[in-house]
Structures are given as C-alpha cells and as structure tokens.
Design a binder for this molecule. Structure first.
Ligand SMILES: [Zn+2]
Length: 225
C-alpha cells in the first residue's frame, strides 16, 4: 500500500496537496476534507497526522480507497483565518447550481471523479454540546435524512463511552447547511456524510485526539481497516 501524492488546483494560487491511499482489496471510497476553514487547525493537523500514519504503516487501509485533503483552503490557512468568502457557503446550493469558489469547484470535481460513499468534513467550533444545545463544539452534524445517521450514532456512543471528561461528550446535530461541502456531497453524490466539530477551547492535543479517534471509528464503520 502506498500513499499517492497529488495536487488540487495545481498551478493556481490555491494549490494544495491531497493524498490517495488505495487498499489491498476493493471496497468503499472515503473522502476526508479538513481546513475548509483555515483557522480550525486541530482538524488540519489531524488529517496530516493520518497521512503520516498511513505513510509509516501504523495505519493500513485493508479495502477500498481513502482520499485525504488536509488543507482545503490554503490561502485562509496561511493567514490562520476562517476565510473570505466562507468557503463552506460556496458549494453548490442545488442540483443545477455551480460551486462559486475555485477550491469548492476543485473539491466538487474530486467528489465527482471518485464518488466517495463516505465523506467526512473536519471542523472546529465554539462551546460544549453537553452544556448548550445551540453550540456545535463536540458534535457530529449531518442532515436528518442522510444514511450516515445510524453510523454517526454508533461512533458517538463509542467515543463517549471511553471519555475521561464527561463534559466533552459528543452529540448528534441534524440539519442541512446550504452551500456546505457536507450537504453538497449528500446531494451531488449521495454520500454518507458528516461534519466533525471539536471544541475550540479544549487543548490542541485533546482536540486532535478526538478528531483522529472519530476518523478511525468511521473507517471501521466503512470496514476499510
Ligand atoms: Zn469550520
């Protein structure tokens, strides 16, 4: 198994690496995107760490194909800002509508080329969902009708059952977000799709560890590892 290096938006000021990891056998395609918001750094570092683990074979993809885009918005990441415009509002807002940013266009093209049946979008947010139903920190988010819901519930249960800090509990939030990559992946390629949101005010290594744990639970759900 090798990690194949590629460049998204090659030759433009948005150029950013992405990686394809083919498993030994046929199976589902999973796409993991981080850094749509350039200041959500724990999710970016988690995606990069995952690539490192795959390179040094501490993690192996047994079946299917994993595609990882660690820094979806490199211009925003260089400045450590969310990004202007908000890239996660520029994905197609309907079946006939276009993506309106070079990076959302490039990511949609990647989706359409590989048609992943799983799509994880890694983010970070304010607050702790255990204490406030309105905040997104420590949540998995998807649309109520998305087929990922049962798997997302199982992943949350597994993460929460191993928690040392009960206030860090994850919760499921169900709502579409027009213009987001998650909702576009659901509509365009009918992927099982979820947004992972860790809480920004937790220490960096703790946020990273939740992101990595959740990714690995989803890889197990997809029976890829
Ligand atoms: Zn975000």
């Amino acid at each position: 198994m090798t990690v194949q290096n590629h460049t998204l938006a090659a030759g433009t000021s948005h150029a950013t690496p992405y990686y394809i990891v083919p498993g030994g056998r046929n199976g589902p395609v999973m796409m993991i995107v981080a850094g749509i918001h350039g200041n959500e750094t724990a999710s970016i570092h988690s995606a990069r760490q995952l690539v490192g683990q795959l390179r040094n074979r501490r993690l192996r993809i047994a079946r299917g194909k994993l595609i990882i885009v660690p820094i979806a918005n490199p211009q925003a990441y260089r400045k450590r800002i969310r990004g202007v415009p908000d890239l996660n509002r520029t994905f197609p807002k309907g079946p006939k509508r276009p993506a309106t940013h070079p990076m959302s266009q490039a990511i949609v093209q990647l989706m359409k080329t590989y048609k992943p049946s799983w799509y994880l979008d890694l983010h970070e947010a304010n607050g702790l969902s255990k204490h406030d139903a309105k905040v997104l920190g420590q949540t998995l988010v998807t649309d109520a009708v998305n087929p990922v819901v049962p798997a997302a519930r199982r992943v949350i249960q597994r993460v929460n059952s191993a928690l040392q800090s009960p206030s860090h509990q994850f919760h499921l939030r169900l709502h579409p977000l027009s213009g987001s990559s998650r909702t576009a992946a659901a509509r365009l390629i009918h992927a099982k799709t979820v947004t992972v949101e860790t809480c920004w005010s937790l220490p960096f290594h703790v946020r990273k560890s939740y992101q990595i744990r959740i990714i690995k639970h989803f890889l197990r759900e997809a029976e890829m590892v």
